[in-house]
Every structure is written in C-alpha cells, then in structure tokens.
Write a protein that binds this ligand. Structure first.
Ligand code: ATP
Length: 302
C-alpha cells in the first residue's frame, strides 16, 4: 500500500509542479502576446556577447500586412548604458522588446547585438543573453528564497540572499514570520505589485545576463515602493546594458538616454535635461506627470 501511495503522491506533486510551470509559460506567452512561430536558421550560430551593445537599424514591422506598427526605428544602446523608452500607450514600445527577443521578425531593417543580427543567431542563446523583468511577475507557490533562486537554479543560499538585498527586499523580508523562507502565493503571503517586481529584479540580478529589459509596472505604487524599485533598478543597470519601458518619468531621470516614441517612430532622444531643454514631446509629458503627481499628493494627504 505504502509503495503505491508514495509514487502516486509523488506523481501528483510532479503533475502539480508541471501544470504550474506550463501554466506559467502559457501566461508568459499571453502576457507577451506571442506565438512562438519563429524558427532558427539551419546554420544559426550562438550569440556571442562581449560588450552588450544593441542597435536597431531602420526597423519596420507590422503584426499584419495592413498596419505598420514600427515605421523605421533606429537607435543604439552602448554597452552598460541604461536607456529608457517612453511614449503614449500603443506607440510601439513593447513591440521593440518582442523584436529584440525575436518573437517576431522585422519586415525590414536589422536588430544587432554586438554586431550580430538577432535573426542569424540561435534563439536559445539570444534568450539566455537577455533577462526580463516583466510588468506582471509570475510567482511560484514556494518560498521567497526559491522564487528568487529560479533566476539561477545553481545559486547557493548566500548568492540568493545577496540578490534579495540588492533588490531592496531585505527590509520587507525581515518583517515576515519565516523571513526568506516564507511561502508566497495561494497558501502563503500575497505580495504587492512593487514587491513582486522586486522579486523579479532579484531573479534577474541572480541570472546576471549581459542585457536586461525592464517593463515597468503601470500600476500605481506608493512612494516607498517606488523608491525601492528605483534603487533596485539602479543596482540592475550598474553592470548590464538595460532597456526600460518607463511609465513613470521619475524612473528615467538618470537614464543615459531616453527614447521618446510616437506612433511607431522615435521622435526625440537625449538625456532628461536635454529633452526638457528641447521643450517638445518629452517636456510636455514631464509637465503632465508633474501635474498629476501634485494632484495625487494633494488627494493623498490627510
Ligand atoms: P503600452 O504602453 O500600452 O504597453 P506600447 O507602446 O508598448 O503600449 P505596443 O504594445 O508595442 O505599444 O503596441 C503597438 C501597437 O501594436 C498597438 O496599436 C497594439 O494594438 C498593436 N499590437 C500589439 N500587439 C499586437 C498583436 N499581437 N497583434 C496585433 N496588433 C498588436
């Protein structure tokens, strides 16, 4: 009886774990809205990342033949720079990320990483080289420690704890009954949007890929969470080339460059100061957000 019980029980565990991870993969594709339809070229070589520089050269793309979404996008990101992408909803920001990952092929132009066209390299090597902090992070029904270790399953506890500290999660964890061993998810703790995104940052720090893409959550954060995310993001972009889709312009003030997208084109680029000086699209977005913040501050104050 025992002999049957244990394997069945174990199989049940494996099934639940597999179902969980399949659901997560499905969810990931749903979040990215992606069909994994692209295949490697027969002679695809692995991507060799030496520096982590990225270049978009006159990239054009549409999800269907009737509507062009990217209308000739060109920009370069130097190794270890932090570049923010801003612009109205629907401007094409996430589409840039999907093409960098080669979830779709551009209809014209080239996307290069350290001089290698993403359509020539194996997708496996491409995705290993790029870490993602998505808007909505999938957490497993395990401890915080294990959720972070997912970034690099070979990492020891010390390395995981260091990533947790760098992602500014240590103060939060110190308040939990079982610290980093506290379970999250269905049977455990529910994390706020900001805390979840910091778990994703800790994972990415542990994975330590040469290129990071960060899709900032649109959900509103209290200023304490926002500060935590900003510091964690600074940690993340210290050594890696980092691309950030930013919804809150406070995230982009210290970026090496800001790309302003409008209707499938990069219409402005420069530092925060330079773009404010230019007094065009970015400057008006900035003024609008400053006004909204002041209204929020007034509404939130007792
Ligand atoms: P947001 O800030 O709202 O996330 P965004 O700037 O990231 O917007 P994208 O998600 O890149 O914008 O979308 C650009 C345009 O492409 C939008 O008009 C969108 O409706 C369209 N689009 C996005 N994904 C698909 C898809 N899978 N099929 C068809 N159209 C799509």
């Amino acid at each position: 009886m025992m002999q049957i019980f244990i394997p069945l029980n174990f199989l049940g565990f494996v099934y639940r774990e597999m179902k969980g991870s399949l659901a997560n993969i499905e969810k990931m594709f749903a979040i990215l809205d992606v069909k994994p339809a692209i295949e490697d070229r027969s002679n695809a070589a692995p991507l060799e990342v030496s520096q982590g520089g990225i270049e978009f050269r006159d990239v054009r793309f549409g999800y269907g033949p009737d509507r062009e979404i990217l209308k000739g996008v060109s920009f370069t990101v130097a190794p270890r720079q932090k570049v923010a992408i801003v612009g109205a909803s629907g401007a094409g920001k996430s589409t840039l990320f999907k093409l960098l990952f080669r979830f779709y092929d551009a209809t014209a132009g080239q996307i290069l990483i350290d001089g290698q066209d993403v359509s020539d390299v194996s997708q496996d090597s491409l995705r290993r080289a790029i870490g993602v902090v998505p808007q909505d992070t999938v957490l497993f029904n395990q401890s915080i420690l294990e959720n972070v270790r997912y970034g690099n399953v070979d990492a020891d506890d010390d390395a995981v704890m260091a990533a947790i500290r760098h992602a500014q999660l240590d103060n939060f964890i110190a308040q939990l009954p079982e610290g980093a061993h506290t379970m999250v998810g269905e049977r455990g703790l529910k994390l706020s949007g900001g805390e979840k995104q910091r778990v994703a940052i800790a994972r990415a720090l542990l994975k330590h890929p040469p290129i990071m893409v960060f899709d900032e959550a649109t959900s509103s954060l209290d200023s304490h969470s926002e500060q935590g995310i900003l510091q964690a993001l600074q940690e993340l972009s210290r050594e890696q080339t980092t691309l950030v889709i930013a919804h809150r312009l406070s995230t982009v003030v210290d970026a090496d460059a800001i790309l302003v997208m409008q209707d499938g084109r990069v219409v402005e680029q420069g530092t925060h100061e330079a773009l404010l000086g230019a007094d065009a699209v970015y400057a008006s977005l900035w003024r609008m957000q400053q006004r909204e913040r002041r209204i929020d501050d007034v509404t939130l104050s007792p």
